[in-house]
Design a protein around this ligand. Structure first.
Ligand SMILES: Nc1ncnc2c1ncn2[C@@H]1O[C@H](COP(=O)(O)OP(=O)(O)OP(=O)(O)O)[C@@H](O)[C@H]1O
Ligand SMILES: [Mg+2]
Length: 234
């Protein structure tokens, strides 16, 4: 198992945002976590990344417990998150943003990986010296993904990559997610766009008010009456 979450509970002060969540991601999978606003999706991703500490439960990445590991050590172990709303470094150039993604690496492959990122996102190569702040929303999403890829993650966590994007960009982003996965990166994808997420995912989990209420293969969930009613507009 690449990631194993068991009986996770997360609180913000007195408020419990995540209740007894268990989920698994196997090497090579795209797993999606879908749910409405406020369901707890971001909270779960930020807990995996070590930015929030759980109240109870286990978080195992390749068998190692992460619940006390510092966020930068979690990145170094091979787990990288693209946050909701991208959060690129606006005052830095595209190239400098990508360099930030690689800053923990000491291996010789970094140069070749810039080329790989530019191959996936040709627009980033064109804009390499441009301030990140001047990129469009879709381009910023690509930069945030490219920056995460520069840490050479085994597991990539994506928080709503399609948010705010035009349909054509959404299609492109999802096809790049599939390409990244096909090239060997395991993906945990959080989305409100249930239809797109379930159509690219091997498996999925449905989160409602902090609890997992359904799980199955992407195809099973797409066909489920409950999912159709609640997340696919009937
Ligand atoms: N820093 C915080 N302090 C207090 N409550 C928070 C905090 N962050 C999130 N919450 C609450 O925790 C719950 C889960 O929020 P979370 O951001 O994880 O949801 P989400 O599924 O990512 O939603 P969205 O789809 O809108 O991004 C919500 O009720 C939210 O109000
Ligand atoms: Mg969120």
């Amino acid at each position: 198992m690449m990631l194993k979450i068991e009986n996770l509970a997360v609180h913000y002060g007195m408020i419990q945002a995540v209740h007894d969540v268990s989920l698994e991601v196997k090497p090579g999978e795209i797993v999606t976590l879908i749910g409405a606003n406020g369901a707890g999706k971001t909270t779960i991703l930020r807990t995996i990344s070590g930015l929030i500490r759980p109240t109870t439960g286990q978080l195992l990445f390749e068998g190692n417990d992460l619940t006390k590991t510092a966020p930068q050590k979690i990145v170094a172990a091979g787990l990288s998150q693209v946050p909701e709303g991208r959060h690129v470094f606006a005052g830095l150039s595209v190239m400098e943003n990508l360099e930030m993604g690689a800053y923990l690496r000491k291996d010789q492959g970094v140069k070749a990986d810039y080329d790989q990122v530019f191959e996936k996102f040709p627009v980033l190569k064109e804009r390499k010296n441009q301030d990140a702040a001047t990129l469009s929303g879709g381009e910023q999403q690509m930069l945030a993904m490219g920056r995460a890829l520069m840490s050479k993650p085994k597991l990539l966590l994506l928080d709503e990559p399609s948010m705010g994007l035009a349909p054509i960009f959404i299609k492109e982003i999802f096809s790049i997610i599939q390409e990244i996965n096909a090239q060997g990166t395991t993906v945990l994808l959080v989305e409100q766009n249930a239809k797109m997420a379930l159509s690219v995912a091997h498996r999925g989990y449905v989160l409602e008010t902090g609890k997992i209420v359904l799980s199955g293969t992407g195809a099973e969930l797409l066909a489920s009456e409950e999912v159709k009613k609640a997340y696919l507009g009937g």
